[in-house]
Design a protein around this ligand. Structure first.
Ligand code: ADP
Length: 448
């Protein structure tokens, strides 16, 4: 096992990783930008290294300063968390060449799965359902029009190197397809340095369902069931739950097995998520992409399976075998997560940096709060606005909703506006309670 690891991240996920490492007896080194000096994860780590000023200087993205900190602190491995460098294959390669273990999958599987066109080809080869569409990137408009007419409008144009919804356009006819191809390609080129785009069938009223998988370096890959993340606004997830409330037993099995097949084919190890869109009327599902890292919403899966995903990531990164088999993983109860963001939902979700003069999280049976905040903490204006995650676990979905309502009511945050009132409204919505939602549900409710 590792003696000491560096955490190349900030906020609640840095704290989450420190906790897992400490339970395994591993020393921890935090890095922080000047804006995060007062953050609790910095204090909780065994050591902390300042890596520079806040944005526009990209401290947490600065490979040279992170590697320098890792060399100085003499760590065995780096955990990248999510965001920042987590899906940067070049960073993983630099770690490897510096003989520092990257806590994540291999450079090769990151590169393969990070290219959506290659990933889709691999999926087709291994009979993982994908949307009909172009077999490769498309650079010829006439050819794209031909494919689109063939599969039928609407279609979606997507960037091979895509992420965060950039380089994505929906087209309803030939004209919007032609103009969309041009603008998506130039957006992808400037965002990712790769202007390759492809097209596929656009599914309306889809649900977002994703499978958590974890693998080791001995060829074992296990799934930890699925999460439903259909409650999102502008592709940003707001509420996640596990399991998906509308999946039949047969579909669940087919979905989870598909995810395992794809990851095995990619030689995958560490934690990863295979994202799908689900048409709940037909129970058909289609591959979206693979995220080669731990995700924000991993705690709902931890709740229903009892597996500590971050701890397992550390174990497999150190070369150990997965400590469980697929047959030992059972689905227990229902879990829901609400992302608590410092945003004013009445003012177009404007970020709310500033002093948290009151911050008292809820507690009690089946309630977990992952946060780096506390009363007296000043939310810096430089980073994303998530200030915590509230997760509840109960025997049934109805009880989980009731528990979440109770916990949201207890959560006392002032004077900063947060997403709590919106969560309360969404959890009260009769359609959500029935599980009758899709990825545009929140957008429609809020009038976009
Ligand atoms: P990114 O990596 O940029 O986030 P994804 O492939 O994960 O891109 O897609 C992001 C979102 O775009 C999905 O969550 C979904 O809302 C929408 N989307 C992508 N492909 C389709 C599709 N074929 N049909 C309908 N919606 C889609």
């Amino acid at each position: 096992m590792f003696t000491r690891i560096l955490i190349a991240n900030r906020g609640e996920i840095a704290l989450r990783i420190i906790r897992a490492a400490r339970e395994l007896g591993i020393g921890t080194v935090a890095v922080y930008s000047e804006a995060d000096r007062e953050s609790s994860y910095v204090k909780l780590a065994d050591e902390a290294v300042c890596i520079g000023p806040p944005p526009p200087t990209a401290s947490y993205l600065n490979i040279a300063s992170i590697i320098a900190a890792a060399e100085i602190a003499n760590v065995d491995a780096i955990h990248p968390g999510y965001g920042f460098l987590a899906e940067n294959a070049h960073f993983a390669e630099v770690c490897r060449s510096c003989k520092i273990e990257f806590i994540g999958p291999s450079v090769e599987s990151m590169t393969l799965l990070g290219d959506k066109v290659q990933c889709k080809k691999l999926a087709i080869k291994h009979k993982v359902p994908t949307f009909p569409g172009s077999k490769d990137g498309v650079d010829d408009e006439d050819e794209a029009v031909k494919i689109a007419r063939d599969i039928g409008y609407p279609v979606i144009i997507k960037a091979a190197a895509g992420g965060g919804g950039r380089g994505m356009r929906v087209a309803h006819n030939d004209i919007s397809l032609r103009s969309g191809l041009r603008s998506a390609a130039s957006e992808a080129e400037s965002a990712f340095g790769n202007g390759t785009v492809y097209i596929e069938k656009f599914l309306e009223r889809a649900r977002h369902v994703e499978v958590q998988i974890i693998g080791d370096t001995h060829g074992n890959v296990v799934h930890l069931f699925e999460r439903d993340c259909s409650m999102q606004r502008r592709h940003q997830k707001l509420i996640e739950e596990a399991p998906c409330p509308v999946l039949s037993k047969e579909t669940r099995e087919a979905l989870c097995k598909s995810a395992v097949r794809l990851c095995k084919a990619a030689g995958y190890y560490s934690a990863g998520t295979v994202e799908f869109l689900l048409d709940d009327a037909t129970q058909k599902f289609y591959l979206l992409e693979v995220n080669t890292r731990v995700q924000v919403e991993h705690p709902v899966t931890e709740a229903i399976t009892g597996v500590d995903i971050v701890k397992t990531q550390l174990q497999v990164a150190a070369g150990e075998k997965l400590p469980f088999k697929q047959s030992q993983i059972a689905l227990n109860g229902h879990a829901i997560e609400c992302r608590i963001n410092a945003e004013d939902t009445e003012r177009n979700f404007a970020p709310q940096p500033g002093l948290l003069s009151r911050f008292t999280p809820p507690g009690g049976l089946g309630v977990r709060v992952d946060t780096h905040c506390h009363a007296g903490y000043r939310i810096p204006p430089n980073y994303d606005s998530m200030i915590g995650k509230l997760i509840v676990h109960s025997p049934t979905r109805d009880e989980a909703i009731a528990r979440m309502q109770r916990a949201l009511r207890e959560f006392d945050i002032a004077p900063i506006a947060t997403t709590i009132p919106l969560h309360q409204r969404l959890l009260n919505n009769s359609k959500f309670v029935r599980g009758d939602v899709d990825i545009d549900f929140v957008g429609r409710l809020l009038g976009r």
